[in-house]
Every structure is written in structure tokens, then in C-alpha cells.
Ligand binder design. Sequence first.
Ligand code: AMX
Length: 438
Amino acid sequence: QPTLKERLAELIPVAQEKVKAARHEHGKKSFGPVIVDQLYGGMRGLPALIGKARSWTRVSLHIIIVAFASDGFGDVEEGIRFRGKTIPEIQGQLPKAPGGSEPLPEGLFWLLVTGEIPTYEQVADLSKDWAARAAIPEFVEEVLDRCPPTLHPMSQFSLAVTALNHNSAFAKAYAEGVSKKEYWGPTFEDSMDLIAKLPNIAGRIYRNVYGRGKLPPIDAQKDYSHNLAALLGFGDNPAFVELMRLYITIHSDHEGGNTLPSYAAALNGLAGPLHGLANQEVLVWLTKMQAKIGEDASDEAVKEYVWSTLKGGQVVPGYGHAVLRKTDPRYVAQREFALKHLPNDKLFKLVGQIYNIVPGILLEAGKAKNPWPNVDAHSGALLTYYGLTEMQYYTVLFGVSRAFGVTAQLIWDRALGAPLERPKSYSTDAINKIFKGK
Ligand code: AMX
């Protein structure tokens, strides 16, 4: 059976030819008009990029563009798809750990990179490969150890990833004058190294910031999520390990970036409160709500609290989406996990109660285009249940998962020689001038 890199080496020339042929045949065809509102509206809905590691079907052209700040969605109604597969499909088809029922993120990475479902052996080989690459350079450990615990975990995360660029295989190959055709090889190595090292970075940040003692060593016999859970201090809890497998799998999909430092930049984008930091904000909001109206509050009290949030000019965190127009399937996957593992948990019940109440209120308020919950409305309640209660840390786990989607895309960017993306901007004066009298 081929390794991931061997399989990629087979797939890349085929894909290169396919792109060449598509450009030859369709290259000069128009993709439709661009309207002024799309310039003011953050390029929403503007077809401007080709998704490479996600889906090769019609949906790839609907993917939202802003590389560092948005999720990749195949179809706004159907929801997220990984290489054309829905979340329930990948849960069914990807290999599981012995005794586990959630997909292994190793398999998801294989799927994102190749478009194919790997065998269990191929996934187990990836687990071993990542374990072997997991150590981080000593100076990066020192950078993290010297961060004050008051520095937000996401800032520490981004710092550490930027520092990893010191050992970048791509930077070295580039400096040595590697041919453009060979770019994907060192990019693949960087991607594998990055993913492999994230548990040590995330674990170190968690333990440093919250005083949780020393990191255990990586166990080369265990899968990625097991090691991540162990580094955080939850390796003895099989249900938490399962949660990590699901969590890393469903948070992964994303547009690409150019280099390791751009993944660090992506982390800074993810750390915005209306984006990935929303999972922190949801827990902050829920905790404030519980403090104000109690743990078993009535629907009426919850409604009043939601309205007071809106009337205060704030958003209801965890609801709405720039692209999706229905309940986020990643929310559904996490809800099903909760129904299986923690059906009677009070916080989970509150999350469910809010699910019944908030969409109606957002519809009545009449502004949000999507009144349904997104991925961030649920994840914090699951982590809290298992004792990972430090909400400021949550987006770090989100960022670990995102590396899978970003790097899968990055490898293909290099394989296909994708350009830097440079959307053009206009001033309002220029808009007025262009359309004067039209
Ligand atoms: N609560 C209150 N108002 C909301 C809202 C919410 N959850 N979602 C949207 N709105 C408001 C917007 O603020 C905007 O108001 P304005 O006209 O006064 O500026 C109006 O409804 C229209 O917004 P939209 O087109 O529906 O959404 P958008 O694409 O501009 O923004 C998002 C999308 C996610 C930023 C927004 O829905 C939001 O702020 N949600 C809460 C924060 C959140 O959960 N973010 C995480 C999203 C998932 C992720 O990226 N990780």
C-alpha cells in the first residue's frame, strides 16, 4: 500500500493536467457579474478562487474566499462537505481506532489531501509518522515557557507556530534554489511536521497557563488524538479521547495559506471574537446567563436574557454564519455526541434549550440572515463537561484542527503552482466615479 506521499506523487501530475485542460477550455469564460455590494460586503459570495484540497465537484466554486477568516463551505444549504462527503458520511466511512466510534483525524487528513478514503493501516502509519515528528525545538519550548500566563493562549499559539518556521523544509529548499515543480515535496514535509508538533505546542500552552505540571512524552503506539488528550492531561478518559477525534475532524476544513507563517496569521484571524473565538465567547455568555438567571431557568427567563443581549447591541455568540444558512452540521455532530455521552448534563441542556429559543428571537429581531447555531455554540459545553473548563483556551484546539484543512490545501497550492491571491480594492470615490451616470 502506498504511503500518503507516494499516493500524492501519483495524483499530482494527473491534477496538473486536469487544471491545464480546464484553463485551456474555460479560461476565458466569464463567471458572471460582480456587484458593488460584494465589494462592501467582504467579497461574500464572490467566486474568486479554486478550492483544491476540498471538493473537485461543482460545489468547489461556491467556496467562500477570504483565506484567513472564513470556513470553506461547499453549499450554503447542505452545509459543509469534506471532499464532497458530509459529516455523517465521513463519520461512517473513515477508519476508527480499535474500540472507538469516532473517525480518526489522520484519515480525514488523508481524505483532504488525496480525495480518497484510506485503509486502517495507512491511518495507523500516519499516527506513527506524526508521533515520530512530534518534538518541538528547544527554543520554541523556551519561547512558550517565557510567555506570561496572562498572554492569551491564541497569541502564544501563533508565536510558537511562527517560530517553527526556523526549521521549515520549504524555506530551506527555496534558499537552495529548488525548482518550482518540486515545491510540493518540502511543503508536504512542513505540513506533516506542523500537524505533528501541534499537540506539544497546545499541551505546553495549556499546562503553562493553567499550572498543570509537566508534559508527558508522546506515545508512539497511540493515535494523534490520544496523544493530544494525554498532553492536555485527559489521556485516561476514553470519552474525552473520542471527543478529540470528533473535534479535530469536524473543525478542520478551511481555505489555504501560503506558508507556515501564514498559518500563524490564520490563527490570529481565527482568534477574532466573531470567528473562532466565538467558542470562548459562547461559554462566557452561558456562564453569565447562569449566574444571572440560575441553572434550571425557565424558557421565559432565557428569552428575556437573549433579548437583553440583543438590546445591549451585542451579538448572540454561537448563532448566525457568514455563509451557512441552516444549522451547522458540526453543531449537529457535537449535539449527537452529547446525547450519547452526557445527555443529562446541565450545561448541555441549557445549550439545547437555547437552540429551541434563539432562532425564533433572531428571526423576530429580523436582521441575522441565518438564525441557526454554528459550530461554536456547542464545543465549549462538551469540553467543560470533561473538565477542560478554561474557556480562553478553547480556540487553541480549534486552531490545531484547522491545520489539517489549511495544510492539505497548501500542499495542493504548491503542487498546482497557485499564485498569491491579490483581490483588488476600490475607494468609495472610485465606485462613485465608475458608476456616475450609469
Ligand atoms: N446575534 C445578533 N445579531 C446578529 C447575529 C447574532 N448571532 N448574527 C448576525 N447578526 C446581525 C449582524 O450583526 C448584522 O447586523 P448589522 O446589520 O447591524 O450590522 C445583521 O445581523 C446581518 O448579519 P449577517 O449578514 O446575518 O451576518 P454576517 O455575515 O455579517 O456575520 C457572523 C456573520 C457569524 C459574524 C454573525 O452571525 C455573528 O456575529 N454571530 C455571532 C458570533 C459567532 O457565533 N461567530 C462564530 C461564527 C462561526 C465561526 O466563524 N467560527
